[in-house]
Design a protein around this ligand. Structure first.
Ligand code: TYD
Length: 205
């Protein structure tokens, strides 16, 4: 008998929005319901993807090279990890996926969205996340959280207009795909966000 396909959950938000804090909570929820869980991140997730991550987060490059490397890493992650896991019935959580390419390369850097749509069609024509959590905060809050942490990578060093445009593009996509997107006001206390996450998960699954 073919196993029931697993669920695919993605976490998104501008840098400093606080998504990482909640990945552990949702992972515990999935495991507590008896599902095997694969946790991954993008760019990265596979040995090759992690090498691409190093490059793309720290080297200066042409905007289209950057977009292509994001999707190259994603292609590998889908082939090695995500697709096989979902097919055998495991659940998959990724820290960012294609919405981040639209937000950062599209919104932030201004790459023509049609090029990103073409890459999306190429790399995963038949797959979309079942659920996407978008952790949303005003730019000043995100910035303050970032400055309080470690050394900043190439994206984190971008200026406010970059993050403003990235956030706008995230919110535009959330409005475009309301079935899978859940926008979480990430200025709320963690406990309150967890209550909200639980309600969404219980309703969705
Ligand atoms: P992330 O893992 O959230 O950073 P951190 O480990 O510092 O929390 O994401 C890495 C960076 O890559 C982030 O600034 C967003 C960027 N990114 C893109 O520009 N395009 C993409 O398609 C993806 C997946 C990430």
């Amino acid at each position: 008998m073919t196993p029931v396909r697993g669920k695919f959950i993605t976490f998104e938000g501008i840098d400093g929005a606080g998504k990482s804090t909640h990945i552990g909570f949702v992972s515990d929820y999935v495991r507590a319901r008896g599902h095997a869980l694969i946790a991954s991140r993008e760019p990265g997730g596979t040995p090759l993807g992690e090498k691409l991550r190093e490059l793309v987060l720290h080297e200066k490059m042409h905007l289209e090279t950057e977009a292509l490397l994001m999707f190259a890493s994603r292609r590998e992650n889908l082939a090695q990890l995500i697709e096989p896991a979902l097919a055998r019935g495991d659940w998959v959580i990724t820290d960012r996926f294609t919405d981040a390419s639209f937000a950062y390369q599209g919104g932030g850097r201004g790459l023509d969205l049609r090029k990103l749509e073409a890459l999306e069609q190429w790399v995963h024509p038949d797959l979309q996340p079942d659920l996407t959590f978008l952790f949303d905060v005003p730019l000043e809050v995100a910035r303050a959280r970032l400055d309080a942490t470690r050394a900043l990578d190439k994206f984190e060093q971008e200026q406010s207009d970059f993050f403003f445009a990235a956030r706008q593009e995230y919110l535009r996509r959330a409005a475009q795909f309301p079935q899978r997107f859940h926008v979480i006001d990430s200025t709320q206390p963690i406990a309150q966000i967890q209550v909200q996450l639980l309600a969404i998960l219980d309703q969705a699954f």
